[in-house]
Ligand binder design. Sequence first.
Ligand code: RIB
Length: 288
Amino acid sequence: MKIGVLGSINMDIVYQVQTAPLKGQTVFGSTYDVLPGGKGANQAVMMSALGMDVAFLGAIGPDGFGQMAMTAFVDKGIKPTNVVSVNEPTGIAVIELTQNDNSIVVIPGANLSLTKADVDQFFQTHDTLDGVVAQLETNLATVEYFLQVAHQKQIRTILNPAPAQAITPEWMEFVDVLIPNEHEAAMIFGDIERTELVGKYPQRLIITLGDQGAMYHDGQSVVNVPAKTVKVVDTTGAGDSFVAGFVKEYFQSNQLHAAIQHGIAIASITCEHLGAQGAFHTVKEMTK
Ligand code: RIB
């Protein structure tokens, strides 16, 4: 099964602090790590851990972070054939982990440089894809074009509209399955009650709800899929792992409910590890 992913590549600078500083305050943190991340890269490497063949379209800058990100990519089974090098810094994310939560600032850098020409080049290289996946951490116009071209080629399209951006509901004309969280759904569809919203797109809109699981409409009624209870170490990348787990099962069995359950299972494992891609080896072992 071969999936095309258009997405971001970041290096994540992750630091741990007991309590987040107040405005104007300086506090000591405890540890920091520099780890591979980026929503697109996270989803791609988790798909690879799950045994999928992934063709990745992304961009890095001519710097050390770009090289680190590529090394991590290749180690995790992604061929960097369609990763373009541009004259912008590689994307980074600064991630603050406190006792209960995380907060993230992303500087997209090179990720915003991907063009429609890169998309054309990508589809010339990869003309037998089972599906494509994108997020919103790269250039919006390029993501839109990528999904439209795939749709025209009758390749199934999945969009995880993260981080939240004001795309329009018309994107559903070329997106087969949309996977937003509550905030992203509100950004796209406005102030509409979520049970009513999923009813408008049966089997095509999955709203993820963090530790409450996920919900969708099966054509008859609203279905809630519960989360698992886990010992949380770091929730960074849980949404990305959900998408990867979902994609694997969805393209394998075409069963939406089973795909959501699989997404939740993979997201749960990610929450038990530090770093967005920290669960890669565990998931790979499990899939053998
Ligand atoms: O979804 C988690 C990811 O968001 C992190 O890896 C970080 O790079 C940001 O893009």
